[in-house]
Design a protein around this ligand. Structure first.
Ligand code: ATP
Length: 361
């Protein structure tokens, strides 16, 4: 393929760093987003994700590194010349303006002709399904409606990139789930390249084509949601995304069969590619474990006792003491008859798994 045919990334962040008062909050971060991709920056509070988003938006200046939109270096381009749409968690709508005036604001500052403004505002309202809301005051809107106005305002200028900073964080769970679907459908429909900051792993898994997991100013893993969940590269990512049963031990080779000695009584059969004589951590997701009253094969089952049961409607998490420091978490789907009492605290039980589902870190 000729060099000229390789698609240029819609956004390229190269070795960007930022300190506040001597504390390095973003450390040498690089990230590339393809045109039309939806990427989430996911990490715990304080890991630097908002600072990275603000540098891309032009609201903060990096200490070093470069940021490019397409093939144009925008590191020193002021915020109003970047043509990037931004939506914040708190909506940041202008309270004394109508919905239509809020949406038109960016077009007015760009000196767009009045007739074009009206058509564009109408189009943006339609896009977020608020067709008749133009003349209304923003103050009486619900949280979901306010967030749709903020989205319309960000999209009306046809930005090259959409930045979302915890966009659904202020909404209650039900509305958030509904808005997630709407947001994803909208993003796909208009094909806009999108970067979202969130600390909600479920939201990141649902919406993103790729997730960049951040911790302490660095990106630890940048992969598809499935890879991030099924094949996390280290213990932080494994633990941050979803629930996991993490265990540590030494790999032994018994006639070609690999085993992990986790404690005196707990030995796990490992996939054959485990490296003998090394200390490793492994994990098993709770939904990869099953419970039965019958004993299972050595190395891929353990006897234990249920110490806690957490019922949440469609699923139940059972916490089973198998003699390790922490109980194993087992997820069971509540498929059984509704008069079946389900697992109870104190029940003796066997935990089973398939060695192929063990992820070695
Ligand atoms: P959250 O989810 O809580 O918003 P975050 O991952 O987005 O967290 P940032 O907002 O990027 O984290 O903040 C990273 C660190 O930088 C924090 O310790 C924060 O206190 C600090 N910080 C951010 N902005 C500034 C600033 N303008 N001046 C001084 N320190 C700042």
């Amino acid at each position: 393929m000729m060099l000229g045919q390789i698609a240029i990334a819609a956004l390229s962040v190269h070795s960007v760093a930022k300190s506040f008062g001597g504390a390095r909050v973003v450390k040498d971060v690089s990230l590339a987003i393809k045109p039309g991709e939806f990427i989430s920056l996911l990490g715990p509070s304080g890991c630097g994700k908002t600072t990275l988003l603000r540098m891309i938006a032009g609201l903060e200046q990096p200490d070093s590194g470069t940021i490019a939109l397409g093939d144009k270096d925008i590191t020193s381009v002021p915020v109003w010349e970047r043509n990037i749409g931004v939506v914040f968690q708190n909506y940041a709508l202008f309270p004394h303006m109508t919905v239509a005036e809020n949406i038109a604001f960016g077009l007015r500052t760009r000196k767009t002709p009045r007739s074009a403004i009206e058509a564009k505002v109408r189009g943006a309202l339609k896009l977020v399904r608020l067709d008749d809301f133009g003349p209304r005051s923003t103050e009486k809107l619900s949280g979901g409606q306010k967030q749709r106005v903020a989205l319309a305002r960000a999209l009306v200028t046809d930005p090259r990139l959409l930045l979302l900073d915890e966009p659904l964080g202020a909404l209650d769970r039900k509305l958030r789930e509904q808005m997630q679907v709407e947001l994803k459908m909208l993003q796909r429909e208009i094909g806009i390249t999108t970067l979202m900051v969130t600390h909600d792993q479920e939201e990141a898994l649902t919406l993103s084509d790729r997730i960049a997991v951040m911790s302490d100013g660095r990106i630890l893993q940048d992969d598809s949601p499935r890879e991030i969940y099924e094949r996390p590269r280290d213990a932080f990512v494994a633990d941050f995304i979803g629930m996991s049963n993490l265990m540590k031990g030494r790999v032994a080779d018994l006639d070609g069969n690999k085993q992990l000695q986790v404690s005196e009584n707990v030995i796990l059969k490992l996939p054959p590619n485990a490296m003998a004589a090394t200390e490793i951590s492994v994990f098993l997701r709770p939904e990869k474990l099953t419970l039965t009253e019958l004993p299972g094969a050595a190395g891929s089952s353990l006897p234990g006792r249920i110490v806690h049961v957490s019922y949440s409607g469609s699923v139940t998490h059972c916490f089973v003491d198998v003699g390790l420091q922490k109980p194993l978490t087992v997820l069971i789907t509540n498929r059984s008859n509704h008069d079946d009492a389900g697992p109870r605290i104190g029940d003796p039980i066997w935990v089973h798994w398939d060695a192929r589902n063990i992820v070695m870190l």
